[in-house]
Design a binder for this molecule. Structure first.
Ligand SMILES: Cc1ncc(C[n+]2csc(CCOP(=O)(O)OP(=O)(O)O)c2C)c(N)n1
Ligand code: SF4
Length: 283
């Protein structure tokens, strides 16, 4: 059983992220959150795609899977369904989550698989050297948009609400304590939890990321009711200052609960088990 300490989750391996990268804040929040879970290390799995942010599982002393670009969610789903008792957390960048991997979000949302997805959004493809990503703001200069981007950016929170994700939150890497609380809440939520994390890349987008975070965000207070979808959609559409905290939360059956329900239903109707069916073909 976990002794609740953060130290047990730290590895000897030192992160190779640039000094000042927002990913350090996310890593600290993950350490703090895991320390508060009361779940043994060997029952936690971190799954990522490819990118600077997707290196995170390599730095945490739990089971980790560094998969291929954009495929963390299908792999995390497989892990969770094979061993539902595990705590499964998927992590990755905005490119990984919303571009190449974007097609997986609606399906995990409608199935409500009980995993937590941390989208570390730095608005750039950082590992591959600064190309415009699906969340790069309009008109920004990047290595692939030297005259400014001409694409509108995607918003992870609005997408999550439209897809029917049952837990939607936003935090940022400069407020580790707040982010750790969101991660704990997301993991405790029975169902798919998507946490959008503003996590600046200082190398390809500069230090302005940190100054802008405080100016461009505000914390939701008790006037916000996360059970009210209309209110959640309304705050998600605010663009001048982005809301931070739990934006939406809904309890509905998880995929595993539905599987168990269907199994019980089949049993009560006398449908033979898989073992019985297989035994008919095995001499
Ligand atoms: C199938 C495939 N396509 C493209 C790549 C190249 N690639 C590696 S990481 C990456 C983008 C990383 O950006 P993001 O997911 O936003 O993460 P960040 O590095 O910014 O944390 C790309 C395009 C790849 N590895 N595999
Ligand atoms: S390139 Fe950007 S995202 Fe990657 S480690 Fe450096 S600061 Fe972080």
């Amino acid at each position: 059983m976990s002794d609740g300490s953060v130290k047990q989750f730290k590895k000897e391996v030192k992160p190779v992220w640039c000094p000042g990268c927002g990913n350090y804040g996310v890593l600290s929040a993950v350490f703090q959150a895991f320390g508060r879970l009361d779940v043994p290390r060997e029952d936690i799995v971190l799954v990522s795609g490819i990118g600077c942010s997707s290196r995170l599982p390599g730095y945490v002393n739990v089971y980790g899977f560094n998969s291929v670009h954009g495929r963390s969610l299908p792999i995390a789903t497989g892990v969770k369904l094979a061993k539902p008792e595990l705590t499964v957390v998927a992590v990755g960048g905005d490119g990984d989550a919303l571009s190449i991997g974007g097609g997986h979000i609606p399906h995990i949302a409608r199935r409500n698989v009980d995993i937590t997805f941390l989208i570390m959004d730095n608005s750039i493809y950082a590992l591959t050297k600064g190309q415009a990503s699906p969340t790069t703001p309009f008109d920004d200069i990047t290595t692939t948009s030297t005259y400014g981007t001409i694409d509108e950016p995607l918003d992870a929170v609005s997408l999550a609400l439209a897809y029917g994700v049952s837990f939607v939150a936003r935090g940022h890497s400069a407020d580790v304590k707040h982010l750790a609380s969101l991660i704990v809440e997301g993991i405790h939520h029975p169902g798919f939890a998507l946490i959008h994390i503003i996590s600046p890349c200082i190398t390809w987008r500069g230090m302005k990321g940190y100054d802008e975070i405080k100016e461009r965000t505000y914390y939701l207070d008790e006037r916000h009711d996360p059970a009210d979808k209309a209110q959640a959609v309304a705050v998600s559409l605010e663009k001048e200052r982005l809301p931070l905290g739990i934006i939406y939360r809904e309890r509905r059956p998880t995929y595993w609960e539905r599987i168990l329900g269907q199994r019980e239903d089949a049993k009560s109707r006398g449908v033979p088990s898989i073992e019985t069916l297989l035994n008919q073909f095995v001499p």
